[in-house]
Design a protein around this ligand. Sequence first.
Ligand code: FNR
Length: 383
Amino acid sequence: VTEIYVNGLAEVSPDIPIEPSELETAALEAMDETARGYVEGGAGSGKTAESNETAFDRWRIEPEMLRGVESRDLSAAVFGTEFDVPVMCAPIGCQSILHDGAERASAEGAASEDVPLCLSTVSSTPLEEVGEAMGDVPAWFQLYWSPDRELTASFIDRAEQAGYEAIVVTVDTPIVGWRPQDLQQGYLPYLHGTGIANYTTDDVFRSYLDHDPEENTLSTAQTFLDLFGDASLTWDDLEWLHDQTDLPVVVKGILSQADARRAVEHGADGVVVSNHGGRQVDRSVAALEALPGVVDEIGDEAFIGFDSGIRSGADILTVLALGADLAFVGRPYVYGLTLDGAEGVATVLSNLLADFDLSLGLSGYDDVAKLDREALVHESALQ
Ligand code: FNR
């Protein structure tokens, strides 16, 4: 922060605007049309994505003064691992459409800021390479649960071997939502061979092909589609998943108290409250609106992560104060990737963390662990 005030922004990170909406505009402008549609795109009318952000405006921070906040502890203990910061990069697939460095550059940028990262199943870079780029900084693996159990088990096994520390199974995307921008352009990255690196490097996937994955991309894409999602899954299947691994299993895409309870009853070690950045169900409940109920239901029993709409330090403070253990940053870090590769990711994350650190201290807290709902007032209580 001091560096920016002393040298001016142009000296520090000329390509990365600090203001979140300017960052978004600059990154979207830098993308080609298909990538823009894919990244920006929300389900249907786009209202879910919009309300993810506006939901934050209804929670205000009530700062308290003179509480000795000179040094601040941002660390968080998650599944027995000490995270330097209570923030993780959310799984975002197909990053080669944004920057040649793709997920490797994101990993390098995140690791340089000690920010853990959750890698998508549909990454453009094999999970082993990304695991290596994360070094000692924790990485989790996000699983799209294939109808082929052998392939699913193989992904989990590979993630374990590569040092990933948790399996995050995304349950809100057994099929891809109605996304007008992608439909209008007739574009999905996977059908162009992008985002399927974990499949084409997998022996189980390759056993379905009678050719090299590179040679017949159309047939490879078709095989990918057949093996991607499974809309027949039910909660009972979660126990099978649990049996495949000793790693913690986290269920991503929870939006109701009842589902949070079901997740725990079926053996999940945690959940991520998320509506996939508004990309799946048009006019779904905003993720932030769902968070307090989930915390009330399982907050004492299980890990709770949150994503969908986090854009600022105040947003991170809000979700942690409402009871989330970890805030997942989504689109903003891939905007950084788009504009300046690993450096861009590092700059966006470092700005967000500096903003959060200041918000924490100025609100009267010297420790993330001390944050609770006392820090907030809901708009409805302000009348
Ligand atoms: C995603 N998200 C996502 N989630 C997941 O579990 N696996 C994936 O492969 C992807 N891929 C993906 C691509 C793109 C372009 C976006 C924008 C999002 C969802 C992601 O993990 C997270 O839930 C949202 O990004 C949160 O919303 P915001 O804060 O980014 O708006």
